[in-house]
Ligand binder design. Sequence first.
Ligand code: PLP
Length: 447
Amino acid sequence: VSSDWRARAERLSDADMEAFWMPFTSNREFKSKRRLLVGAAGCYYTAEDGSKKYDTLSGLWCASFGHGRPEIAEAIAEAARTLDYAPPFQYAHPLGFELANRVKQFTPAGLDHVFFTNSGSESADTAIKIAKGYWARRGRPEKNRLIGRVKGYHGVNVGGTSVGGIEPNRAGFGELMATGHLPHTLLEENRFSRGCPEHGADLADVLEQQIQDAGAETIAAVMVEPMSGSAGVIVPPKGYLERLAAICRKHDILLIFDEVLTGFGRLGATFGAELFGVTPDILTMAKNITNGSVPMGAVAVTDAIHDAFMETSPLEYDVEFRHGYTYSAHPLACAAGLAALDVMERDGLVARAAELAPYFEDQLHNLKGLKHIVDIRNLGLAGAFQIEALPGEPGKRPWQIAMAAWDRGLYVRFGGDTVQLGPPFIAEKADIDHICNVLADIIPSID
Ligand code: PLP
């Protein structure tokens, strides 16, 4: 760890911390009990006091191949020296094409065209605009509503916020896009399921009802995460996604999988689409694509969707899709992406996640019966403990657990009434034991 970063952290006074309005953070609490990170290597962060914190969530589900990969760092530095920035509108650089071809090797067959963004949120909003734009180009502009799912998370831009279904994230912003929402799939009878729960495939049939009510001719796409991560690892019931896909196909509605969190190995398969054998029309990615090292997202689409845009106009100099970001296919992000996917493939990390998953599942479920734990859910290397809410204060206990875990050497993600785990794919069984042992101590000990 650079001693300089520790010194820089030390120099920050309370007053110095006022200017940075931190994202998705209880700013007032943080600034009274700061948790500054100054380094990362492998599965550990280093905090400003020099203590190590095990990274139980791979950053934010994004640094899954382990921190501090030298190949990625070198690729970023080389790109910064060679071509620090290239305009992506009407000009390009070779790495953008290389990375699109690399991504295409991993996406399900038929999803062969890749649009680059800078984040999961931008990927979600890009996917929504592609879906609406597709139907407009097919002469059906009225087919433009999106259907999401309660407890779904598609980032924080207006489209993703609208289609998303975590209510506190939607409230208080006035008018959003008009969308429908399918019910979530968290069922009482599925508590403590290992992997995909038995009950609830029929919840997909609610889509039929919503189509009857609104008319298929008004619905552009259904957008779901194959596994909802941010709302606390909500695993699809057996057969649910297949059913959803069949209904979409029957009614000529596009299916969008948001694989920002599940993409590149989290479920023990390269994508959720692969694990479930369900191929969407549009698939969004971000996070692991660069192992979290440089912001980047991507949206992969079918030939049919891509061609509908390409055939828009007979004028060859026309822009087919008036959408894109200053930093789409940024050279540093492309370099990081190429290096990260090489590491993933070379080290067999997706297979490693799949191998470790059953052990992870066993260790998590060993905590069943502990005070406060009312559900345990898992799939691949994603897991969550649902903590019984204090009346009126659903977020308090998970926060208390995470703060106690920090003091015991774990960085733990807490959100809503859950504590979430998504260890790096390079984790060892002993790491999983350690995480579960520390949490088994802490969880029952809080009020
Ligand atoms: N979509 C999904 C499924 C996510 O899990 C996330 C982030 O957790 C996002 C979108 C938003 O990504 P970002 O924070 O990079 O904008």
